[in-house]
Design a protein around this ligand. Structure first.
Ligand code: BTN
Length: 250
C-alpha cells in the first residue's frame, strides 16, 4: 500500500527541510548528521525501511516496509529543557493518534505510547552536545501501523493502529503528527508541556518495578519530577529516582 506517495509527502512537508529514504540504516543517524551540519529545527528524516534501526537501551528496532511510520524530528531546545524533548514527542504522537479517532491512548514512562496498555509507538531521543552546550536533539519516532505481532514475543504487549482504525493512512498520520510536533516544540521548557505529558502517564499511583542495567527498583510510582525522572517509593518509605529503564506493573 503506497500511502507515502511523493505527492502526499511533498504536501505534508511543504516549507520544511526533509528527506524521504526508501531504505536507510537509521533515520536518527542521518538526522544527527544534518543537525551537526546546522539543519533547522523541524527538519524531518522519514524512511520506509531501516536496516539498522535502533530502539531504547541498545535494542534493535525493525519494521517491514509499509508497516510503520518511522521518522526523526530535529529540535533545538535550551540545555535546561533537554528532558522535555522526549516528552513532546510522546505527547505529539498521543494527540495525533487521538485525532484519528482512537481512544485510550496513554504514555508508559518514559515515552512509550500505548493504546489500551499496549505499545503502539516508541520514542528514541538522542542529543548532541559540545561541552556544556546542547546542539540539538533528534527525536526518533516509530509508530506500529500494520505490523503483525501475532505469534511474536510482542503479541501481548504491542499493538498496531490497523487494529483500531479501519483504513490507516500513514500520510494523514504524518500530517497530524508534524502539526503537533511543531506546536509542542515551541513549548519546551514550559510547565504546560510537562503537565500535559504527566497527565498521560498511565502507571502513576501503581506498584511497579523499574529495571535498568541489571538493577531493579520496586515500589509505588508516586509521581514524576520536572526533569522527567520517575519517583518510586520503596517498601522502606524512601523515594528514589529512576532516570531510565523499563517499567512494569507489579
Ligand atoms: C523504543 O525503543 O521504544 C524507541 C524506538 C524508536 C524507533 C525509531 S524508528 C525511527 C528512528 N530511527 C531509529 O533508528 N530509531 C527511531
Amino acid at each position: 500500500m503506497n500511502d507515502l506517495s511523493p505527492e502526499c509527502l511533498s504536501a505534508a512537508f511543504a516549507g520544511r527541510q526533509y528527506e524521504f529514504h526508501p531504505q536507510i540504516a537509521s533515520t536518527n543517524d542521518r538526522a544527527m548528521t544534518l543537525l551537526n551540519e546546522g539543519a533547522p529545527a523541524g527538519t524531518v528524516i522519514l524512511a520506509e525501511e531501516q536496516t539498522r534501526g535502533r530502539g531504547r537501551l541498545g535494542r534493535i528496532w525493525h519494521s517491514p516496509p509499509g508497516s510503520a511510520l518511522m521518522l526523526s524530528y530535529l529540535v533545538r531546545p535550551s540545555a535546561e529543557a533537554v528532558g522535555d524533548a522526549g516528552m513532546l514527542a510522546a505527547l505529539a504522537v498521543c494527540e495525533a493518534i487521538e485525532a484519528m479517532g482512537v481512544n485510550g491512548v496513554g504514555i508508559k514512562w518514559p515515552n512509550d505510547v500505548q493504546i489500551a496498555g499496549r505499545k503502539v509507538c516508541g520514542v528514541l531521543p538522542e542529543s548532541a552536545w559540545q561541552g556544556d552546550s546542547l546542539m540539538g536533539v533528534i527525536l526518533g519516532i516509530g509508530v506500529n501501523v500494520r505490523i503483525d505481532f501475532s505469534g511474536s514475543p510482542l503479541a501481548d504487549t504491542a499493538i498496531n493502529l490497523k487494529t483500531v482504525i479501519d483504513d490507516v493512512d500513514r500520510c494523514h498520520l504524518l500530517v497530524e503528527l508534524l502539526n503537533r510536533l511543531d506546536a509542542w516544540s515551541l513549548k519546551m521548557g514550559s510547565d504546560g508541556l510537562f503537565e500535559a505529558w504527566r497527565k498521560r502517564l498511565n502507571m502513576i499511583g501503581k506498584t511497579v518495578s523499574v529495571e535498568h542495567a541489571g538493577a531493579v527498583m520496586r515500589g509505588v510510582a508516586e509521581d514524576v519530577a520536572r526533569d522527567g525522572a520517575l519517583l518510586v517509593r520503596g517498601s522502606d518509605g524512601i523515594v528514589r529516582r529512576a532516570v531510565a529503564g523499563d517499567i512494569a506493573l507489579g
